[in-house]
Write a protein of this length. Structure first.
Length: 189
């Protein structure tokens, strides 16, 4: 199936956006590492720990998880059930992946709804986290429905590619872990 120029442009933009979000997580990780190092220095050497580091680190970890997850999924750099899928023939492995992408999409829909509802409620209630510094709950929570929506897009994209892959292999007789012959090499020496 061919993509239109509009959809190609959208996916190009979307992929760049995911890359930017992923690079942002690297910056957040560097900030977290430097601030923890600074806090250790202040506590051990100057006996004057910095109070905001622990609280800020907790919030930073939420951002890191939800901003990095969609790109990690796209790069296939996340955990998979390879213990099971490596023992399946290619046809069943494709079907298992398609099924897991569909289930993951459904889970993302539920979690997107629940986290969006909690974020909206925190905005309406003007809920605040109090600690070494006060911060609105919505300032922390918005990244959760945002991350789940990006994960949903990625799982739906994987589902679409899985359907195309299954369609491309329909009618092909496969043996364990062998790719079907290509038209240029089939039958010729």
């Amino acid at each position: 199936m061919e993509l239109t120029a509009l959809s190609i442009g959208f996916w190009r933009w979307y992929d760049r956006f995911l890359e930017l979000a992923f690079r942002t997580t690297w910056a957040l990780l560097m900030f977290l590492a430097l601030s923890i190092g600074f806090n250790v220095l202040m506590r051990r050497v100057f006996d004057n720990p910095v109070g905001w580091v622990i609280q800020g680190g907790q919030y930073t970890l939420v951002y890191i998880a939800f901003l990095a997850a969609p790109r990690l999924l796209q790069m296939n750099a996340h955990t998979r059930m390879t213990l099971l899928t490596d023992r399946l023939n290619p046809r069943n492995a494709r079907a298992m992946k398609l099924f897991s992408d569909l289930v993951s999409s459904a889970i993302c829909i539920v979690l997107l709804y629940l986290t969006a509802e909690a974020t909206i409620t925190s905005i309406q209630d003007n809920a605040i986290y109090r600690g070494n510094f006060d911060i609105s709950r919505a300032a922390i929570w918005w990244v959760m429905p945002f991350g789940f929506s990006l994960l949903l897009i990625e799982f739906l994209r994987e589902t679409w590619h899985g359907l195309l892959d299954i369609r491309a292999h329909r009618g092909v007789i496969e043996t364990d872990h062998q790719e079907p012959p290509t038209p240029s090499t089939a039958g010729g020496y």
